[in-house]
Write a protein that binds this ligand. Structure first.
Ligand code: PGA
Length: 243
């Protein structure tokens, strides 16, 4: 299976910086066979989609609303983004501050219903880990998001394990902690979906840098990474995808 490298730009970059990034990044990664996805702020999806035409880089949205349309000031819907992207990030811990498991479940059904790819983020907070509740939280988040998702849809599912205490903190999970969580997620997916669950890609996210990518990605259950801070820099992200 090829590895998947996803950049989450969060609320960073101006339009000019977006253009500069792709100008520098695309030539650096043109021979990379691993899959690369960039998730810019939604206002740049259209332009980013244009800039990556003819390249090996795909575009993803950082979020969508759980309804397809309606009186939701400031929100963005799936039909608005779908022509510009192949992927949608869902359930990022920064979104989970305002979103329940039920809302994330609704969004996941919308995305998978459209044959787009969903990257479902799950992960424990520090207090959960300290109490030994990591697997319990992962199980809760996964089972509520996947409730009623039929097995023929999971080919378009990617799960990202992102321990909340590792996001933007400069502290990443040790390769052993990541491996353990990935194995647990893998076993849940295989129990629910059999062989199809075995093929779902599981990414690691949280303070990934060019320096530590090599040790994080060596485990066979780590199918790629979701990168925030280090993905803003074309040189750093290119070094990560070329691991
Ligand atoms: P980080 O963010 O790489 O800056 O820790 C990861 C993420 O939020 O997905």
């Amino acid at each position: 299976m090829t590895k998947l490298f996803v950049a989450n730009w969060k609320m960073y970059k101006t339009l000019e910086e977006v253009r500069d990034f792709f100008k520098e990044f695309l030539p650096k990664v043109k021979d990379v066979s691993n899959e690369i996805v960039i998730c810019p702020p939604s206002v740049y999806l259209q332009e980013a989609n244009k800039l990556v035409q003819g390249s090996n880089v795909k575009i993803g949205a950082q979020n969508i609303h759980s309804e397809l349309q309606g009186a939701f000031t400031g929100e963005i819907s799936l039909p608005m983004v779908e022509e510009f992207c192949d992927y949608v990030l869902l359930g990022h811990s920064e979104r989970r501050m305002q979103e329940t498991n039920d809302i994330i479940h609704k969004k996941l059904l919308l995305v998978l219903g459209k044959k787009m790819k969903a990257i479902l983020c799950v992960g424990e907070r520090l207090e959960h880990r300290q109490l030994g509740d990591t697997n319990k939280i992962l199980e809760e988040q996964l089972s509520s998001a996947l409730h009623g998702v039929p097995s023929d849809k999971v080919a378009n599912l990617v799960v990202a394990y992102e321990p909340v205490w590792a996001i933007g903190t400069g502290i990443n999970a040790t390769p052993e902690q990541a491996e353990e969580a990935h194995k647990f997620i893998r076993s849940m997916l295989s129990n629910t979906y059999g062989a199809r669950g075995k093929n779902v890609r599981i990414l690691y996210g949280g303070s990934v840098t060019p320096e530590d990518i090599g040790s994080l990605i060596r485990d066979q259950d780590v199918d790629g990474v979701l990168v925030g801070g280090a993905s803003l820099n074309a040189r750093a992200f290119a070094a990560i995808v070329k691991v």
